[in-house]
Design a protein around this ligand. Structure first.
Ligand SMILES: Nc1ncnc2c1ncn2[C@@H]1O[C@H](COP(=O)(O)OP(=O)(O)O)[C@@H](O)[C@H]1O
Ligand SMILES: Cc1ncc(C[n+]2csc(CCOP(=O)(O)OP(=O)(O)O)c2C)c(N)n1
Ligand SMILES: [Mg+2]
Length: 380
């Protein structure tokens, strides 16, 4: 077996958020937010998330985009990669985004594509190859059978895309509830000898890059929420980035091949997710405002469609790029001298911890931005 270019066994606690769990027992999840809730969970799990048994070992524990489970075997141990994610009606999509006649098959397909995107993107971010999906569906009893058909067509479409061709649908669960809720569990595998791409390896001096332009899903969300008809090809592209995303699924492996030192998928927005790489790697990140403004300019048609003034449009498009979320692009760090893989765009660099006037801030961006990214639990 060839040896790994970087250690395959980062310490199980290596990528766990370092904030300590809040100690006020009366605090709600809405008050504390996602990262604090996760700290409580990981603290409570203790060695259930790390201690090996005779049969298996979590060589990468909860805290990254996915976990790595090594199954003990007489031959070479097999490593599988595990992740799960939920989409819920009115939290992640709204039936009203579709015309009445499209709330069956068309909406089902879009939700299937988005559920697959969310999970397959997490596997891509580990540089793992998807091999199976489990599908748990909670459906209101009024759900049209056509919605279900559309949903599985969406899933099928997603797993036929480049990078997911080996993925099979292994089963799932059906239940009833007041709103649609979809939970996918995705299983991937790591080729023998390939280390996973983890969040913990970014080093001062590294370049920080994304696998493609950001902000389309955020702009699409704003158009949908405003009830805009998205009646041009450009606006329809932004809407589709939100309702039916199609992430690239080979960028994780490409990044690793190009020497990436750390990586993660961008679901909660660049500012928040760059902070997670910074925390996991014990470094800071400087984002390049010019690079982000350059990406933001591509979203000006959406701002114009929403009737924003030029000044508002500049601020809003930057917010979509830096904090919109749901882009499912890969965020990765590379050695300063590395050539970035094709299509990757530099967005910043990795700094020493606390090495300049910005003190302890994990993510440094000149120019204020009043949006820190998405938190699925914090009360809005
Ligand atoms: N309820 C939970 N119990 C244990 N671990 C969790 C739970 N929720 C999230 N995690 C872990 O926390 C990490 C971050 O989760 P999340 O923010 O959902 O990541 P992602 O954006 O990649 O889906 C993952 O490693 C995930 O497995
Ligand atoms: C109705 C609606 N409101 C808001 C959003 C925006 N939104 C929902 S989830 C999310 C971020 C990622 O979601 P999460 O479930 O935390 O994904 P994970 O980080 O676990 O991959 C964003 C920006 C949306 N898509 N739909
Ligand atoms: Mg998640």
């Amino acid at each position: 077996m060839p040896t790994d270019p970087v250690p395959t066994h980062p310490t199980p606690t290596g990528s766990v958020p370092t904030d300590t769990a809040p100690t006020d027992p009366a605090m709600s999840v809405g008050e504390s937010g996602e990262d604090a809730v996760l700290s409580v969970i990981l603290e409570e799990l203790g060695d259930l998330r790390s201690a090996a048994t005779d049969l298996a070992a979590l060589t990468l524990a909860p805290g990254d985009d996915a976990a790595v489970l090594e199954l003990t075997d007489d031959g070479a141990p097999a490593r599988i990669v595990l992740t799960t994610d939920t989409l819920s009606q009115d939290q992640d999509f709204r039936p009203s985004w579709w015309a009445q006649q499209d709330q069956g098959a068309a909406m089902g397909r879009a939700v299937g594509l988005k559920a697959a995107a969310q999970n397959l993107s997490d596997l891509n971010a580990m540089a793992a190859t998807p091999v199976a999906l489990l599908v748990s569906l909670t459906l209101p009893e009024s759900t049209a059978l056509d919605w279900v058909r559309g949903f599985y067509r969406g899933l099928a479409e997603a797993v036929r895309r480049e990078g997911a061709e080996h993925c099979r649908i292994a089963g799932g669960d059906l239940g009833s509830g007041p709103g649609v809720s979809v939970t996918l569990t995705a299983v991937g595998r790591l080729p023998a000898g390939r280390a996973p791409l983890v969040r913990t390896g970014a080093r001062p001096g590294d370049q920080l890059a994304v696998s493609g332009p950001l902000g389309a899903a955020g702009a699409g969300l704003a158009l949908l929420e405003a009830g805009h008809p998205c009646d041009s090809a450009e606006l329809a592209r932004l809407r589709d980035a939100q309702i039916a995303p199609a992430p690239q699924l080979t960028t994780g492996a490409q990044a690793l091949a190009a020497g990436a030192t750390a990586g993660m998928d961008l679901s909660d927005g660049l500012l928040r997710d760059a902070g997670r790489i910074a925390r996991a790697s014990a470094v800071r990140v400087r984002l390049d405002e010019d690079a982000l403004n350059h990406q933001a300019a591509a979203l000006l048609p959406a701002a114009a469609a929403l009737g924003l003034t030029p000044a508002e449009a500049r601020a809003q498009t930057l917010r979509w790029v830096a904090a919109g979320g749901e882009d499912y692009e890969l965020l990765a760090s590379f050695p300063a001298e590395a050539a970035l893989p094709e299509g990757f765009l530099k967005v910043g660099e990795i700094l020493e911890p606390g090495s300049d006037a910005d003190g302890a801030r994990e993510v440094v961006l000149t120019g204020a931005i009043d949006d820190q990214g998405w938190d699925s639990l914090r009360r809005r």
